[in-house]
Ligand binder design. Structure first.
Ligand code: TA6
Length: 296
C-alpha cells in the first residue's frame, strides 16, 4: 500500500494476513516500523527523527552501503540511506525460502553525483518482506555493473534499532567468547567474556565471525528478538548511552534506555565483486515469547 509518510515522503506499508505489518520509506529504502500481530512496535524510531533528506532517519533499519562507519572516503555509513530509491518493477526471481505475499522490491543504481566519490556502477536490489509468522526479511542483492575489468569492494550493515523496554534488563546471546573490534578503544581487538552480554554503559563493538543466529532477550517484555543472517559474518552492537545520546540532536536524551542496535554486517573483510558478480545479504528478524530457549 503506497502512501505519504512524514513530510510527504513516499512510504510503502506491508500488511501480512495475520495482522503483522511493516513500513518502509523510499527515502533510504528505510524500514521505520515492524509490528507483530498484536500491533506492538518492535523497532525503535527516535521521537526526534528528522525525515528530511539528506539526513538519515534515526531508528528503524538504516542501510549502510557502500561503506560502514567512517572507514573510507564517503560520508558516515555510505550514501544508500540518504538516497531516494525506486520501486523495482523488474526484479529478478528472488529465492525467498518462504512464501510471502507482503513484500516490496526496491532498487538503487549508480548516480552521477555518487560516481564522483565512488566511481563504480552497481545495481542494488532490496526485497523487504513479511513472512507468514510476521518475520521481517530483508534480502539485498548488489551487482557490479562496471564495464569489464573494474572490480569494486564495499562494507555493509543492516543497522537495526530494536525497541527494548529497559536496556539494563536486556541480554544478548550468541556473541560470547567471540573477538570484537572496540570502536571506543580505537578499534582495538579484544575477546568477549564467556556469557551473555548485558548493558550498563556505552557500547560500540564490531563482533567478528559471528554465528548466523543472535538472540536479544528483553526480560521485562518476555520477548526475544532472533536475528538470522546470511552473507553477513560480522555483528555490530551499539548503544550510545546518556552522554552520546545528549550529543545527538535527532535522539531523545533518555531514548538510549529503550533501544539496542544489533547490526548484521560485513565489515572486517570487505566484499569484492568483479564486473557481473552479485552479492546477496539476507537478514531475517523474528520476535518470539521469551520462553523460547536460545539453544533452539
Ligand atoms: O553502528 C554503530 C555506529 O557506527 C556508531 O559508531 C554510531 O556512529 C552509530 O553507528 C550511528 O551512526 P549515525 O551516522 O547513524 O549517527
Amino acid at each position: 500500500e503506497f502512501c505519504k509518510g512524514v513530510n510527504g515522503l513516499d512510504k510503502v506499508i506491508l500488511r501480512e494476513s495475520r495482522g503483522s505489518s511493516a513500513e518502509v520509506y523510499l527515502y533510504g529504502a528505510h524500514v521505520t516500523s515492524w509490528k507483530n500481530d498484536h500491533g506492538e512496535e518492535l523497532l525503535f524510531l527516535s521521537s526526534k527523527a528528522v525525515f528530511k533528506p539528506p539526513k538519515a532517519i534515526r531508528g528503524g533499519i538504516p542501510i549502510c552501503f557502500p561503506q560502514f562507519g567512517g572507514l573510507g572516503t564517503l560520508d558516515q555509513h555510505g550514501f544508500a540511506r540518504n538516497r531516494l530509491w525506486s520501486i523495482d518493477d523488474d526484479p529478478p526471481p528472488f529465492p525467498t525460502n518462504t512464501l510471502s505475499k507482503a513484500f516490496v522490491d526496491l532498487i538503487l543504481k549508480t548516480s552521477e553525483e555518487d560516481s564522483k566519490n565512488w566511481p563504480h556502477n552497481f545495481e542494488y536490489r532490496l526485497r523487504i518482506a513479511l513472512g507468514p509468522g510476521g518475520d521481517l526479511m530483508l534480502t539485498s542483492r548488489i551487482r557490479n555493473t562496471n564495464s569489464e575489468g573494474k572490480p569494486f569492494s564495499f562494507t555493509f550493515a543492516y543497522h537495526t534499532y530494536f525497541s527494548v523496554s529497559d536496556i539494563s534488563e536486556v541480554r544478548v546471546e550468541g556473541l560470547e567468547t567471540l573477538d570484537y573490534l572496540d570502536n571506543l578503544q580505537n578499534k582495538e581487538r579484544f575477546t568477549e567474556q564467556g556469557d551473555a552480554l548485558t548493558f550498563e554503559s556505552e557500547v560500540d563493538k564490531i563482533y567478528l565471525s559471528t554465528p548466523t543466529k543472535i538472540a536479544i532477550i528483553d526480560h521485562e517484555k518476555k520477548r526475544t528478538f532472533v536475528v538470522r543472517k546470511d552473507g553477513l559474518p560480522d555483528a555490530v552492537v551499539w548503544n550510545p548511552w546518556d552522554k552520546k545520546a545528549k550529543a545527538m540532536a535527532d535522539f531523545g536524551d533518555d531514548e538510549y534506555k529503550h533501544m539496542l542496535c544489533v547490526e548484521a554486517a560485513a565489515i572486517e573483510k570487505p566484499i569484492t565483486l568483479k564486473p557481473g558478480e552479485e552479492w546477496k545479504g539476507r537478514l531475517e528478524l523474528s520476535a518470539v515469547p521469551s520462553s523460547y530457549c536460545s539453544g533452539q
